[in-house]
Design a protein around this ligand. Structure first.
Ligand code: MRU
Length: 386
């Protein structure tokens, strides 16, 4: 998508690979919306750290980063001994898999790369196949997001207000996004609508990333506090909810997504508001049989006990409540302790929404009730039984 840099719109992808120096270029999402910076990872260990530290985040984006990181690790191997090479790639795989445990996209992405590598008979051939397969995963991520945008845009009518949670936008994928793809397609079709972005504490991806994205694309939007959605639904101010997912179980239709998604689904159900989940095929887990088996990432307590942001000058304070031009130079980035200094915190990163609260799953192949995923598994990329 386009990013305005010094008054000019330039197209960017969240993640890309530089073949010549075996480096991965990532938009540093920790610094947005105050600073737009590209960070390069030089080896697979740095790539895994960038995923854990959330330089890059969001299911599809970490899927593509893991695919590239796996190829990066494979390409860094020196020698022609195949058994040694496969031990090395196993280490790379395990490290990248552990970097963020809840999302299944990195595992599906790396499995796709490993499968493609099997056609190679030498280390060199397998290294070349790994990079080609990682590039194909990234291209497929873009195609899937465009396709689910086409299907999802049919749900958006003129004058609607759409609620979204966390960031399932183009920053969470290689491009276009999952939950935001229907919005961007509807915008291109000339529809007018308004988006409410849940702030999404504790890391505030809605307030920082989704709001920044929508502002860059000129989509009408406002940030709301996480606790405001129930009140707004009760007053008829929300017509539709679209969220993303980090792991959707193909067998049961359960959806793991950013903490707070389940609460919004319960509220939407209470108020009869349609609740949709948008996913590319790489987000489907065809193996697990229960949402209780999904590993839920526990993140650091500091995320709950305080917040990162930029320091505003005291003179800017009175104008903070109204939208305004970004300052020429961003304030200093700082962590502010909010909670009582002697208290600890519990910080589960994700929750699981059961299928009965979900109106439909928007996929690149169409929109399905969650429990129909398993029936449609042949169209939805379920690997054949071994
Ligand atoms: O912890 P994050 O920022 O990686 O979590 C992201 C989300 O939960 C998104 O909603 C999700 O990835 C779905 S869309 C990619």
């Amino acid at each position: 998508m386009n990013v305005m840099i010094r008054g000019r719109a330039r197209p960017y992808r969240t993640v890309s690979f530089h073949t010549a120096n075996n480096e991965i270029a990532l938009i540093d999402q920790r610094l947005l919306p105050h600073q737009f910076t590209i960070l390069q990872t030089r080896d697979f260990r740095q790539t895994a750290r960038a995923i854990t530290d959330m330089v890059v985040r969001g299911a599809g984006a970490i899927g593509a980063t893991a695919a590239y990181g796996f190829a990066q690790g494979a390409r860094s191997f020196r020698g022609s001994n195949l058994p040694k090479f496969s031990r090395h790639t196993k280490t790379v795989y395990e490290l990248l898999k552990a970097a963020r445990p809840t999302a299944v996209d990195p595992v599906n992405a790396m499995n796709q790369v490993r499968l493609a590598m099997r056609a190679g008979e030498t280390v060199e051939e397998q290294q070349a196949l790994a990079l080609a397969a990682a590039e194909e995963f990234a291209r497929e991520d873009v195609r899937h997001c465009q396709d689910l945008g086409r299907h999802g845009a049919k749900l958006i009518r003129n004058g609607m207000t759409v609620l979204t949670h966390c960031n399932a936008g183009w920053l969470a994928f290689v491009d276009f996004g999952s939950a935001t793809a229907p919005l961007y397609t509807a915008q291109a079709q000339g529809k007018t609508f308004h988006v409410l972005c849940d702030e999404t504490r504790p890391r505030s991806q809605g307030a920082t990333l989704t709001a920044w994205e929508l502002a860059q694309q000129g989509v009408s939007h406002q940030v709301i506090a996480d606790n405001a959605a129930g009140h707004l639904m009760q007053r008829g101010k929300i017509d539709l909810v679209i969220v993303g997912s980090d792991r959707t179980l193909g067998r049961t239709g359960e959806v793991a997504n950013k903490i707070g998604t389940y609460t919004k689904a319960v509220l939407a159900h209470r108020h009869g508001i349609p609740f949709y989940v948008a996913i590319p095929l790489s987000t489907i887990d065809w193996t697990l049989r229960s949402g209780l088996d999904i590993p839920i990432e526990e993140r650091d307590a500091s995320e709950v006990l305080g917040a990162w942001g930029t320091l505003e000058t005291p003179r800017a304070q009175p104008r903070l409540s109204t939208p305004r031009k970004p300052p020429k130079r961003p304030g200093r980035r700082a962590y502010v302790r909010v909670a009582n200094p002697t208290s600890g915190a519990l910080n589960p990163g994700f929750d699981v929404t059961p299928p009965e609260l979900i109106t439909g799953i928007i996929t690149p192949r169409g929109i399905f009730p969650p429990r129909q995923l398993w029936k449609r598994r042949n169209d939805l990329g379920c690997p054949p039984p071994r």
